[in-house]
Design a protein around this ligand. Structure first.
Ligand SMILES: Cc1cc2nc3c(=O)[nH]c(=O)nc-3n(C[C@H](O)[C@H](O)[C@H](O)COP(=O)(O)O)c2cc1C
Length: 219
């Protein structure tokens, strides 16, 4: 049975474009994979806690001597990593907030990017960092108030969302990333309508390609 993990990060519920498109993706995927499982992780409505001193001490300490309190501090991280590991494909709804990702999505990545679980570190190696997750397709649906910040636009140099997401995902082994982009939410004009129509078509096409034998997307 294939598993799709949906991560939503928008603070909005009723008017969210990223939620509308992740839902569309999941429905299209389920239509093609009736026996598949969709797991919904809503970090927009239930943000993971920011990492704190007990978390950091436990995560970077020796797992063999980890205390009960240390294990408790890593409980959320363990659960989020477990579900990421179990997923055959991942779709992430990522609004742009102040040129980057929403704090709740950054909190999610702070919980899942963990030494010994999702990346390895060897200070003596020529390449000290090793991704530990097996590659699986990731679709990231981004929405922006001003579409000029999307790649190719006049303000693209202000877009820290995509490079940051690509780096975070790639660091733990998720290098097969496809972006679906919506722009101009703040303008609600023809450019917005055209970009959301194009995004809907892309979502349908990607969901159909991802259901079934799970081919790589990015290459
Ligand atoms: C707190 C906040 C910050 C935002 N910052 C930006 C920004 O830096 N650049 C931009 O183009 N749009 C920005 N927007 C607009 C959102 O990216 C846009 O409305 C997007 O559609 C939000 O995703 P959602 O529809 O899934 O909620 C911001 C919106 C909010 C609420």
């Amino acid at each position: 049975m294939h598993k799709l993990l949906v991560v939503d990060a928008s603070g909005r519920v009723t008017r969210s474009i990223t939620r509308r498109l992740t839902r569309r993706f999941a429905e299209a995927w389920r239509a093609r994979e009736p026996g598949g499982a969709v797991l919904h992780r809503d970090v927009g409505l239930e943000p993971p806690p920011p990492v704190d001193e007990p978390w950091i001490a436990a995560a970077f300490g020796d797992p063999a001597t980890r205390s009960e309190a240390g294990r408790a501090a890593l409980q959320t991280s363990d659960a989020l990593i477990d579900e990421l590991e179990a997923a055959d494909a991942v779709v992430i709804g990522a609004p742009m907030y102040n040129f980057g990702m929403p704090a709740q999505l950054k909190a999610y990545f702070d919980q899942v990017i963990r030494v010994g679980r999702t990346f390895g570190f060897d200070a003596t190696a020529a390449e000290p960092y090793q991704p530990l997750l097996r590659a699986r397709p990731v679709v990231v649906i981004v929405s922006l108030g001003d579409g000029a910040l999307n790649p190719g636009g006049a303000l693209a140099h202000l877009n820290f969302l995509e490079p940051h997401l690509t780096t975070c995902l790639g660091f733990i082994g998720l290098t097969d990333v496809t972006f679906v982009r919506v722009g101009f939410d703040e303008f609600q004009d023809g450019r917005f309508r055209a970009s959301i129509a194009a995004a809907e078509a892309e979502v349908d096409e990607l969901a159909a390609r991802l259901a079934g034998p799970l081919p790589r997307l990015a290459s």
